[in-house]
Design a protein around this ligand. Structure first.
Ligand SMILES: C[S@@+](CC[C@H](N)C(=O)[O-])C[C@H]1O[C@@H](n2cnc3c(N)ncnc32)[C@H](O)[C@@H]1O
Length: 244
């Protein structure tokens, strides 16, 4: 009998109903699993999960790697996330904090790494955010792993006519190409990898199959896009503090 290869084996081991209920976009755990192939997390590391939403990625980090996670998010309250982490016995491993990425209450040189999935575009599409807000709280050589929605082609400031019902100007202005992100981070990170993510179809499909009202409108968007413009981009590297 042929064995079936499951591409995102770790993600698929979790209760898929729990994941589905807590998705806020393309499957965040899957995006993280794909990125973890490019760096090593060790038990005991302190990792910032920036814009963690409902904390699926925080759960993955704590469970798979035994790291200490600070789950930081603006829209989801710390009580809601704390209760979710407690319900699965992870409240000693993940600390939930509600707050804005622009005003983070952490000491300098505090984190061994930051991961951020489908969130960085809201506040970080300008390299001031990284140098002024994020880099100070990361140790030199800390891991940086960011997954953002992006563009496979540069569209300038023009939203294609057929996408106008689905894309608002504000979001559109934060979506960029691999080349744009590469340029943005090339001097800030060592060992930098900026790549299109392979899990696009599967991660989006998990989200579109939920009954979340946002997912229902996103179904048309993905259909009309038809693989022409939208992608998911991973930016991975190590903090280079000597750059300063
Ligand atoms: C599309 S959701 C993604 C959540 C989660 N990372 C995921 O992939 O399921 C975007 C998240 O970014 C967070 N976010 C947006 N602006 C933020 C800011 N200024 N500071 C911290 N988090 C922010 C929101 O609170 C929201 O949970």
């Amino acid at each position: 009998m042929k064995s079936i290869m499951i591409k995102y084996q770790k993600t698929r081991r979790y209760n898929q109903e729990f994941i589905s209920k807590n998705l806020m976009g393309p499957n965040a755990m899957m995006l993280l699993e794909e990125m973890t192939k490019y760096f090593n997390l060790k038990s005991g590391m302190r990792i910032l999960d920036l814009g963690c939403g409902t904390g699926l990625t925080s759960i993955f980090l704590a469970k798979e790697y035994g790291v200490k996670v600070i789950a930081y998010d603006l829209w989801i309250s710390e009580t809601e996330n704390y209760e979710r982490f407690k319900s699965i016995g992870l409240d000693d491993h993940i600390e939930a904090i509600q707050g804005d990425a622009n005003v983070m209450p952490f000491p300098n040189d505090y984190f061994d790494g930051v991961i951020s999935v489908d969130s960085y575009q809201y506040y970080g599409s300008n390299n001031k955010f990284f140098t002024e807000k994020l880099q100070p709280i990361l140790k030199n050589n800390a891991i940086v792993a960011i997954a953002v929605p992006g563009m496979s082609v540069e569209l300038g400031d023009r939203i294609p006519e057929e996408m106008k019902p689905y894309w608002d100007e504000e979001s559109f202005n934060t979506w960029h190409t691999i080349d744009w992100w590469q340029q943005e981070f090339s001097e800030l990170l060592n060992s930098i990898i900026v790549k299109e993510m392979a899990c696009f179809d599967e991660a989006w499909s998990d989200w579109l199959n939920t009954d979340n009202p946002h997912a229902i409108t996103d179904r048309d968007m993905i259909k009309i896009d038809g693989g022409r413009y939208m992608n998911l981009i991973a930016i991975i590297g190590r903090v280079n503090k000597l750059y300063l």
